[in-house]
Structures are given as structure tokens and as C-alpha cells.
Design a protein around this ligand. Structure first.
Ligand code: SAM
Length: 349
């Protein structure tokens, strides 16, 4: 195992069977060796910094019907909400005062937020906070739409590929959603100049080790500036309610491998990881992560953006707890990086 980890750290690459062995590694000792290398590579490029982003979940309406997701269209139990432009700006103002310099606007694919409406929101944030980065996570849109939002002032876009195996993708999504379209979106985003984030869930139903190897190969080829990886967690009102959650250990192993494959990647320790694992954020940082995204959404709405059961949105996941977040990171030897936290050598602006 040591040779595989050494080679991965040196070349950013390993053979498929070696990746399979790492993903399935069951000894804690080998996992810790992998995490130590991932930390060292992260430290070399970014130091022991946690780049902090304020997450604003501004709508949970969604026209899609992803089988795993709690805000899927057919979940009649979901209490739907959408924030107004003024409410979104109020979140940004609160976040700015707390020290945040990146705002992440995430939502379901809500047709209410047409290009005109989104451009107005992005332009208003850009005008008020010229020193901040604006990250969007709005799902699949046309290239023209992505371009308009970029021109209005958005800098980054998160769109997980979910799985790099087209057949597996088809088992997680309704037939209207196709893998090729997801990839087209990611390529458009990169070509336009967004710092682009892809990513996947660990332990999603029907996923096998080969799927994960394909995910890693896909990321190697795409070279996104950001990668979001978290465990799948079932939601009780979805077709996947009875499927087990993905494992925290395997998620940490995938994060560490991605750090070694893409040394400068911006890699969040996700809320889903914190939901399945006590101290998940610190464990993520210790496996090579360098981004945290506490929740800046209004408190009364947080309980409604339920992608999965028991989603953490309070305590150390809440943006207003920055002081407690700072202390918990500091106790583990990390410090919050309060700047925009752009990708190193990536496009600015
Ligand atoms: N609509 C946008 C999109 O499709 O990218 C952004 C919102 S979407 C809900 C954000 C991410 O949540 C998805 O990319 C997916 O990986 C994750 N997610 C959804 N349901 C989940 C679940 N049950 N467990 C873990 N992650 C989940």
C-alpha cells in the first residue's frame, strides 16, 4: 500500500487496480498513511487553512426528480420556499459582516429563477460586494445562460457530475436527465472561465468500486478547480429511502485520493460528511480538505432544504457560529482563511 500512496503523491496517478485497492482498503493504518500524504500535499500548496464560504440555499423548488434527493419534484411532503432578491442580499450582508468573502447561492432547478431574475440577483451582489466571490450552484442550464450569469459577475459554479458511469447515472436519475448533458454543462462552465466544481456521492445506490475509479478518472481528465464529495444519505420520502448511507471512511479515502491527484484543488469537508460522522469537518480537513461551507440561509428556512435525513445545519454547520467553528478548527491546528480563497493559478475576477 505504501508504494501506491508514494506513487500517487509523486505522479498524481495510479493504476486502476491500485485505486481499487486504496478505495477498498480496510486497515486504519494504511488509511492514516494516505491521509497524512494528502495533508502534506494540501499544506504544501495552501498551508493549514480552511477557506470559508457562506452557503445560501435560496430555493428548494426543483423541476428535477433525482431519485436520491429530498427536494425532488415528486416529494409532496417537502415544504417549498424561495427567497426574494432582498432576502438573498440580506444573507450576503449578514455574511459580509461575519467576515465571509465568498457567497455560494445554491438551489433546486427552479424555473422561477430565469436568466433575467438570476442576472439581477448576481449583478446586485457584485455591485454591493466587489471584493467577494460569487459561486452559483443552480444545476443544468444552457451555455448562453451560464455566460450571462458569468458576465453579470459570477465567478464559480458547482455542478457535481454525481457519477461518471453513464449506466449508473441512468439508475440515479429519471430518463429526462442524461449523463452527456451533465458533462456538456461542465465543459461549458470551464470554457466560459468559471472556477468549476464537479463531484459525486460516495455510497450512492448501485455504486461499485469501478464506478468510483471512473469518478476519479473523470476528475483527472476534467481537472476542475473544485471537487465536492460527500456520502449518500437516504431521505425518507424518496425512492432510495431504504438504501444505506455511504461510509465516512470511504468518503475520506476518496477525498484524500483527489487531493493527491489534483494537488491544488479546492476541496470542501462537506455537510453530508459532518452529518454521518461526528467531527466530520475536522476528519475531512485531516484527509486533505481545505474548504468549509457553513450555512448562511435564514434560520427558519434551513430545516426545509432537506436533501437527506438529519442534515446538519446548526451548531458548527451554522455561519453565525463562526467563533465556535474557528475554535474547533484551531484546536485541530487549522486556521480560517477569510479571503476569497480563489483556486491557486486559477482565473481571478
Ligand atoms: N440543483 C443543483 C444541482 O443539481 O447541482 C444544486 C442542488 S443539489 C440538491 C446539490 C447536491 O446535493 C447534488 O449535487 C447531490 O450530490 C447532493 N445530494 C442530493 N441528495 C443527496 C443525498 N440524498 N445524499 C447526499 N447528497 C445528496
Amino acid at each position: 500500500m505504501k508504494e501506491i500512496i508514494d506513487r500517487l503523491a509523486r505522479d498524481g496517478d495510479a493504476a486502476d487496480e491500485e485505486l481499487r485497492a486504496l478505495i477498498n482498503e480496510s486497515t486504519e493504518e494504511a488509511r492514516q498513511a494516505l491521509f497524512a500524504r494528502a495533508r502534506a500535499v494540501r499544506d504544501q500548496h495552501y498551508g493549514r487553512q480552511a477557506f470559508i464560504r457562506g452557503l445560501i440555499e435560496f430555493t428548494n423548488y426543483c423541476k428535477n426528480n433525482c431519485l436520491y434527493c429530498g427536494i425532488r419534484r415528486d416529494n409532496r411532503q417537502a415544504q417549498r420556499y424561495r427567497m426574494t432578491k432582498e432576502e438573498i442580499l440580506a444573507c450576503c450582508r449578514a455574511g459580509y459582516e461575519l467576515g465571509f468573502r465568498t457567497f455560494v447561492l445554491q438551489g433546486g432547478e427552479d424555473p422561477f429563477f430565469t436568466d433575467a431574475r438570476m442576472v439581477e440577483i448576481v449583478a446586485a451582489i457584485r455591485a454591493r460586494y466587489p471584493d467577494c466571490a460569487i459561486t452559483l450552484s443552480l444545476g443544468e442550464r444552457s451555455r448562453e445562460s451560464y455566460q450571462r450569469l458569468f458576465d453579470a459577475g459570477a465567478n464559480r459554479y458547482l455542478l457535481r457530475h454525481e457519477t461518471a458511469d453513464a449506466d449508473h447515472y441512468a439508475r440515479l436519475h429519471p430518463s429526462q436527465m442524461v449523463w452527456a448533458q451533465r458533462v456538456r454543462c461542465l465543459e461549458d462552465l470551464k470554457a466560459i472561465g468559471y472556477q468549476t466544481g464537479a463531484g459525486f456521492m460516495v455510497g450512492s445506490p448501485f455504486q461499485d468500486t469501478d464506478c468510483l475509479v471512473k469518478d476519479l478518472r473523470f476528475l483527472q481528465a476534467l481537472r476542475p478547480q473544485m471537487v465536492g464529495i460527500g456520502p449518500f444519505i437516504p431521505h425518507h420520502d424518496t425512492p432510495f429511502a431504504a438504501h444505506p448511507a455511504g461510509s465516512a471512511e470511504r468518503t475520506l479515502v476518496c477525498l484524500a485520493i483527489v487531493r493527491l491527484m489534483l494537488p491544488r484543488v479546492l476541496l470542501p469537508a462537506t455537510t453530508a460528511l459532518s452529518t454521518v460522522e461526528a467531527d466530520g469537518r475536522i476528519k475531512g480537513m485531516d484527509a486533505g480538505c481545505n474548504v468549509i461551507m457553513p450555512n448562511l440561509s435564514p434560520r427558519d428556512l434551513r430545516g426545509k432544504y432537506l436533501l437527506y435525513d438529519n442534515k446538519a445545519a446548526v451548531g458548527l454547520e451554522a455561519a453565525e457560529s463562526v467563533e465556535a467553528i474557528r475554535r474547533s478548527l484551531e484546536a485541530a491546528g487549522y486556521e480560517i482563511a477569510w479571503g476569497r480563497g480563489d483556486y491557486l493559478n486559477g482565473k481571478k475576477g
